[in-house]
Design a protein around this ligand. Sequence first.
Ligand code: GDP
Length: 195
Amino acid sequence: MQIRSAEFITSGRGLADCPEWELPEFALIGRSNVGKSSLINLLANKKLLAKVSSVPGKTRQLNFFRMNGAWSLVDLPGYGYSKTAKTEKFDFNELVGDYLEQRENLHHVFVLIDSRLPPQQIDLDFIAWLGGVGASFTLIFTKEDKQSAAKTQATVTAFQASIPPGLRCSPTVVTTSSLTSTGRNEILRRIEEML
Ligand code: GDP
């Protein structure tokens, strides 16, 4: 699929702020710094569509981008562990939970994972939650240019082996690099298939 247009439309602070449109939405989520903004820019082929920032936790809103006038990329705030809880508890913005559970336009979720790290419990917890609400999703292993292909593959294999049993579907995997564009065509092809 060629991207002919990519526009930022609006930010939502609640489900009520989400655009009233019929467009199918493809959401991206991951921990801060995983490369989400860079991936949005890569998919859109626009350097500054999503502001790339190394400041963790910068975004607390849902950001909607309209692609080719026909579908939407939705940039979701990341997740973390609640620091206020006595025991560390998996936590994310309530808005993200509402969106993923209730938004009718949501077609698919891309969960971004840093390809350089061993399986992180927080990513596994999130995936278990996502599977529990019945969302369909793909795992995106980012920053694959930072290491050898063999190391990236080892991360993917280790991650898949750690996925909690009992997920309704076994998620598919794409590896990406925002520097070399690896994975761009594959993601766009998958989106096209789902449209
Ligand atoms: P976000 O917080 O998830 O939106 O992450 P960003 O897109 O802002 O990226 C965080 C940092 O990682 C920035 O310094 C990016 O330049 C860098 N980065 C993101 N994607 C890649 C990638 O594919 N390869 C490399 N080498 N660096 C990346």
